[in-house]
Design a binder for this molecule. Structure first.
Ligand code: ATP
Length: 572
């Protein structure tokens, strides 16, 4: 299929703000690929549409900065000065090159049109070039594409290369298009997507009529989107809904997904980033386990071994972010992983088994049970130990009084609350489910994204001192829900100011609009209804509690969450 045909559809997608129209244009694209009969083209188109060359689970990136891109364009004969001027005028390298190319008569070199295959494979090669002279080689490949690209093709080529398509297509809309076109329920595709994290592969297999393919099943070293919990107003509410609930301590740490095969271990964060190198002591402890060929999940906590209590969440982030002096950090910040689930073991998927079966297997893998009723003394003895791998503390009960006791005990040893899990429930990747609840004492903090920042006054004039914070709805639209200016140390303000400086979209003088990228967790007195904010709610006295680098904009709290917390506030 021709790159030009794809670009023409991208142009249409870009020119409508309506999500359903975007979806329908994408359906046209699927149809065009089907006419040609090349499912692998659909795979490639899917990746390029979201500005990638590798699947989403694969952390490799093209890694071409605007400087190299400009260099490549200039080497095709475009004048650098003109290009820079046009970029300033349009704010987009894609539009700039398109405009400049429109003024140039096409020469014979342009005649053989670019195929989608060539564009994709060339970019893939560019991504894989390493070592000496790599920049030069990359530049040569990229300019070879621009030499043959027409104006509109150049626009999207530049944007793909910068991994920023600006056409407003996202994975949920692609999944919806695939579901409608191939007449397969959206939920089924969402589930496969959560398992594979590979929209291109999913689309290709769909077109081949091969949804049962082994490639779409769980695979070690391909991280899977985690199952998430809902907030519940009271322990009794949760018990009423579940036949036999399992209570577990809710640890305040960072979620980890641990994969092991043939003795090799990889650990992924909640955002599915590979964090193995930052936490080598966990990797080693898992390597030492006799069991092999599995995917297990747990919460990684920083432990103060003098008190046995968890240390602030910020300490874990320090460990996870760390690239250097890791040995020193291991001595400073003790980590422990409380494992709580198994998704795959010895070639078999466990996600469709009940939690009770999964837990049994996990206990066998680790050789530990940690049943609070039986093992409480042992658990308490081990709190201050240097134990690295443990299993979550559990209590299976439908007695609210006993559960309440376990909850208070969990708080007493410094953790956040309890998880309440239905023992009959399967594991549903990527969904926030009603078979796993979280119960915490206070109103839940909210994860929000910074959308605007205001310059400070007086002592704070060099920093951005106040921030507009926003939540999202199910479709990804953002709604501001308050302004926050407190909770930050000077060091935080400095760091935040640097981060803000890099993502400014529009400078309004006193205030700047920023790309919604920085996720922070805020605490507040209460949620109020409000006429001032379009979402109808506002946070009273919000303050920033911590940066949530482990979360992306897709993970921030939603309008539905805010409504739910507002209701809980008024029923308890
Ligand atoms: P929060 O900010 O409250 O941690 P979240 O948005 O990160 O919430 P939720 O699904 O709302 O994620 O809460 C569940 C999280 O709690 C899990 O993602 C996991 O990281 C953590 N957790 C701690 N202890 C457990 C446990 N025993 N079982 C399952 N998850 C646990």
């Amino acid at each position: 299929m021709l790159w030009k045909e794809v670009c023409e559809i991208y142009n249409k997608i870009e020119n409508t703000t309506k999500r359903l129209e975007k979806r329908d244009y994408f359906i046209k694209l699927i149809n065009m690929v089907e006419d040609i009969g090349k499912p692998e083209d659909l795979k490639k188109i899917c990746y390029l549409t979201i500005g990638r060359v590798f699947p989403e689970y694969d952390e490799r990136e093209l890694g071409i900065g605007s400087k190299l891109l400009i260099g490549a364009i200039v080497s095709t004969g475009i004048k650098e000065k003109e290009l820079l001027e046009k970029i300033k005028e349009t704010g987009d390298i894609g539009l700039a090159i398109e405009k400049l190319k429109s003024g140039i008569k096409q020469v014979s070199l342009f005649t053989r049109p670019l195929e989608i295959d060539e564009v994709y494979e060339t970019l893939r090669k560019v991504a894989e070039i390493e070592g000496e002279m790599s920049q030069k080689k990359k530049l040569r490949y990229i300019s070879s594409l621009f030499l043959r690209a027409s104006p509109i093709e150049s626009r999207y080529l530049a944007r793909v290369i910068l991994e920023d398509m600006r056409i407003g297509m996202n994975i949920p809309t692609i999944i919806e298009a695939l579901s409608l076109y191939f007449n397969v329920p959206k939920e089924k595709l969402e589930r496969i997507y959560a398992v594979t994290n590979d929209i291109g592969l999913l689309a290709e297999k769909l077109m081949e009529g091969n949804l049962d393919s082994e490639e779409l099943k769980l695979r070690v070293f391909r991280p899977i989107k985690p199952m998430l919990a809902q907030l519940v107003p009271s322990i009794r509410d949760a018990i009423n809904e579940m036949k036999l609930p399992q209570f577990e301590t809710k640890y305040d740490g960072a979620r980890v997904q641990i994969h092991k095969k043939d003795g090799k271990v990889k650990i992924y964060s909640r955002r599915l980033e590979d964090v193995t190198n930052a936490i080598p002591e966990i990797r080693e402890a898992i390597e030492k386990l006799e069991a092999d060929n599995f995917i297990i999940e747990g919460e990684c906590v920083a432990i103060d071994t003098s008190t046995g209590k968890p240390r602030p969440f910020q300490d874990i982030l320090r460990r996870f972010r760390r690239k250097y002096d890791i040995e020193k950090m291991i001595k400073e910040i003790n980590l422990r992983v409380y494992l709580f689930d198994v998704l795959y073991y010895k070639g078999r998927e466990y996600i469709d088994l009940s939690l009770s079966d999964r837990r049994k297997t996990l206990e066998e893998i680790l050789g530990i049970e940690n049943d609070w009723r039986k093992d409480r003394e042992k658990i308490e003895r081990e709190l201050k130990s240097k134990k690295i791998i443990d299993i979550s503390y559990k209590l299976v009960t439908d007695d609210a009084k006993e559960a309440e006791k376990f909850y208070r005990w969990s708080l007493g040893i410094g953790h956040e609350g309890v998880m309440i899990k239905n023992l009959d429930a399967i594991y549903t990747p990527g969904s926030r489910v009603r078979t796993m609840y979280k119960f915490k004492p206070t109103l839940e903090n909210l994860d929000v994204v910074i959308t605007k920042a205001k310059r400070g006054m007086g002592k704070r004039k060099d920093w951005f001192g106040s921030y507009e914070i926003s939540i999202r709805d199910e479709e990804g639209n953002l709604y501001s829900i308050g302004h926050v200016g407190t909770g930050l140390t000077e060091e935080d303000l400095e760091r935040l100011t640097k981060m803000i400086d890099e993502i400014i979209i529009e400078d309004l003088g006193e205030e700047v609009v920023v790309e919604p990228k920085i996720v922070v967790e805020v605490a507040y007195e209460e949620i109020q209804t409000s006429d001032k904010y379009p979402c109808g709610y506002a946070l009273r006295f919000p303050r920033i509690v911590r940066f949530r680098d482990d979360k992306s904009i897709n993970d921030i709290n939603t309008l539905d969450d805010v409504k739910r917390i507002y209701e809980i506030q008024h029923t308890t």
